[in-house]
Design a protein around this ligand. Structure first.
Ligand SMILES: [Fe+2]
Length: 276
């Protein structure tokens, strides 16, 4: 078995096959995976068969795990892992499950002073069809803006708060409840590239704007930012371990499946630094 890397889309993503992360892997392979992730922002490692402990060890090749505030979803023996099981989804007025987490395009956990640099998900059970995740390259979204918008947006800041989700405990809401201010345009600490950096659901407002003005601004910005040419829609296969760079990518959980079918993902986040 030997590692093979293949692009998934023009905008982002690499597929890795021929690697078994349940066993120890050579330094050379780890470096190749890290490089693929750095260059292409998202890595899909196919066909993994991992216990929870093996999954954590695999993800730790890329960084340090950090605590998640998805209180009721955390695995008892391994609280670094949140179990996203679609059967536990809240149900919307239309009778369809609302995916756990945000339902719109976003980057993760911006209610932290140091939000996670990366998020990993490992697919253990999938619906018969759908359950896709969308990813958008926010460097490309930034670079496509006219210069005057770049100059304007460069100075803006978002005010972020934790969302009022039912599976987040009061203790976690309190602990991670303080407002966090982040730059709207973030510079990647390793590559120096700028990206639009925002979680609309956690953005209480853009600093200096009223609530309505801010909501309209964020809606317009996201409508411009997410485009087919900068995006990739991942159709999951069982055993996919997907890891992506939250400093560069926005993502969305599509509501394109029957939540009563078992879609089970194990989610882990990796510690990041203060956005600048
Ligand atoms: Fe998310």
């Amino acid at each position: 078995m030997s590692l093979s890397l293949k692009p998934l889309a023009d905008a982002l993503g690499t597929e890795a096959t021929g690697v078994d992360l349940s066993a120890s892997v050579s330094e050379e392979i780890v470096e190749a995976l890290k490089e693929a992730l750095r260059d292409n922002l998202l890595l899909v490692v196919r066909d993994q068969h991992l216990s929870a402990a093996q999954y954590l060890a695999a993800v730790r090749l890329f960084g340090e795990t950090m605590e998640q505030h998805l209180s009721d979803l955390l695995m008892e023996e391994h609280p670094e892992i949140a179990v996203l099981d679609s059967r536990n989804s809240p149900v919307g007025n239309d009778g369809r499950g609302i995916p756990l987490g945000s339902k719109d395009w976003h980057t993760d956990h911006t209610n932290h002073a140091n939000p996670p640099k990366m998020t990993a998900m490992y697919a253990l059970s999938l619906p018969r069809a759908g359950g896709d995740t969308g990813f958008a390259n926010m460097h490309l979204a930034y670079e496509a803006l006219p210069d005057e918008d770049k100059a304007h947006f460069d100075g803006l800041k978002t005010v972020n708060r934790i969302e009022n989700n039912p599976y987040v405990s009061d203790a976690h809401k309190k602990r991670f409840g303080a407002a966090q201010i982040h730059p709207l345009i973030r510079t990647h600490p390793e590559t120096g590239r700028k990206a639009i950096y925002i979680h609309p659901g956690k953005t209480e407002r853009i600093e200096g704007m009223g609530e309505d003005e801010s909501d309209a601004f964020v809606d317009r910005l996201m409508a411009r930012a997410i485009q087919p040419e900068n995006s990739y829609r991942h159709q999951w296969q069982l055993g996919d371990l997907v890891i992506w760079d939250n400093r560069s990518i926005s993502h969305i959980a599509y509501r394109d499946y029957d939540h009563k079918e078992r879609r089970i993902m194990h989610r882990v986040i990796l510690a990041g630094d203060t956005p600048v």
